[in-house]
Design a binder for this molecule. Sequence first.
Ligand code: ME8
Length: 520
Amino acid sequence: MSDSFYITSPIYYVNAEPHIGHTYTTVVIDTLARYHRLAGEDTFFLTGTDEHGEKIAEVAADRGVPPRQVADEISGAFRSAWEQLGFSYDRFIRTTEDEHIRTVQAFLQKVYDAGEIYFTEYEGLYCVGCERFLTDRDLVDGLCADHERPPEARVESNYFFRMTAHFEWLADYIENHPDFIRPERYRNETLAMLREESGLGDLCISRPKNRLEWGIELPFDDKYVCYVWFDALINYLTGIGYPDDPGFEPRWAVAEHVIGKDILKPHGVYWPTMLRAAGLPPARHLNVHGHWNVDDRKVSKSLGNMISPLVMKEKYGFDAFRYFLLRDMVFGLDANFSEAALISRINADLANNLGNLASRTLNMTERFADGAVPSPGEAGEPELVVQRALPVAAERVDAHLRKFEFHRALEAVMELVDTVNRYLEIRAPWKAAKDPELADQVATALYTSCEALRAVALLMAPFLPETAPVILERLGLPDALSGTRLPDDAARFGALQPGTPTTKGAPLFPRIEVPDGDAD
Ligand code: ME8
């Protein structure tokens, strides 16, 4: 296992406010970053905004303001949303930063000097929404399949990157590193792109300034700016100090990219070949997820069906929304969003199960043990069932998270919650407390459930970063997360010291009542 972890989000275009799609990607990354930090790994989480290109220039022209103003506004909106949502990123990068501009120019010069770039005329169909020339495969009834708008015919003299020269190497690399692009369906899709006869040619990496000024100037021709994708991908290097920072190489060696399937081609084909041309290895993994749809259509600005994460936070709390996103989407596949599904998930898992375990455990500790963790007596078979469930859950969470199987990791924690709730039904301390002869059994039951709740809170900490510390605080462990090592500290039964004061507190996830009562 590596003790260093570098994870990146796509840098988001500054043409739309953050919505459920951007939020999902960033929640996935935030959860992993938190887990790897708790596992003791030296973790770096990079996110930010992609600010150049025609798309932004168009938005600015429509509004009659300079592109920089649009970029400042929307980048600010992303940053502010990411702060309000509590994402634990280490750096928020903007492609308009001087440092990034220098890095892109250094990269371009290096690739140019290596003979990987040539100048020629090109004719094709261009989609401004995608910021690229389309191939036949991208068109449905003459419209861009993603943006549902007609592409423009364009002829231009431009600089091209000899991308196709690296296709054979890339196909071999993907074959020999079967988990480089995961899940598998996206690996196959990338291989198909590389093998398709009529498919990809060399990559046009410049735009003439007389048509577009909003970009990074080519270091070898000041009449051109750099194509926005070529500029944007390099953010993953700028973010960790390429080329001069001594920390760059070890971090790059463990890079994990997380993207939606809409940007598989630039990440699966352009990026590895660009890196190779510059003498760098590909990232360790390209992790690709599906799309959130509403009524079976992708959420996007052009379709106007966006769900705001800030509105969801306001209505349901952001932990509940995070939980839903990670639990209801299988990483790699599409999922449908509806508020009814969200409410039903919150009620079933968070209110009835997790919230109920926390409140009954803490309420009973207050009532029957004077608000302090009691000393346990001897463990019987029901206690041993709970004790054995801890390492099983901890190991499953670790294994699933390392494979991006978030829904399974959460299932594992919720199975632990179920086990403890069933255990409480067996021991029924609320009944046993009436019989003084069963005092020892009550103390054991309360110790066991408090201790299991501690493990649940530790395992939930990456998923529910607001709620987990509240549970730990109520268990008298306000600083538990700072010294924690996952998965071991959640696997080991018996860490809670008898006598630790507890507090019961308000319900963690109040049940959400819906008028027609069908969200259960
Ligand atoms: O593509 N479901 O930026 P972008 C799930 N700037 N995820 C979604 C989604 C949906 N409906 N809609 C968007 C760009 N996303 C480029 C990236 S990287 C060097 C440059 C997420 O603002 C998903 O991660 O269009 C997708 O890949 C990303 O937002 C696209 O964000």
